[in-house]
Design a protein around this ligand. Sequence first.
Ligand SMILES: [Zn+2]
Length: 153
Amino acid sequence: MKCPFCGAEDTKVTDSRDSAEAFETRRRRECEKCEKRFTTYERIEQHPLVVIKKDGRRESFSHDKLMGGIVKSCQKREVSMVKIEEACRDIENILRNEDKSEISSNLIGGLVARKLKKLDKVAYIRFASIYKDFEDVTDFEKEIKSIKTRGFN
Ligand SMILES: [Zn+2]
């Protein structure tokens, strides 16, 4: 990285911080020649994601909305925010790796459901009851049945 002040080639990184939500790394750098400091941002290039809803309407993908849906399903359950954020990030990564600019809300629903199934069964059921028909119904019924026999844990 060239120094923006004197153009010297040798700059060193004094601090590096990842920001998970923004897919961004912030680096504090210092020029070894003129000793001036500056900050650089490294971002993953993201194409905008458009979600196609069940009724055919399109809206831009929202990290907050995804997060909100998961938080809502996990209310009063013992799922930490760290786990929720992690799940959210995983889902977003999968969606972005699809390399499509348009994704169906069904696909997102299915991914969230799969995550919740592993995190917390009750949260999973809640989510499924709000965002119905994202998945095979028989699968869902099987899940409810197994919870009924085992009880919520
Ligand atoms: Zn310099």
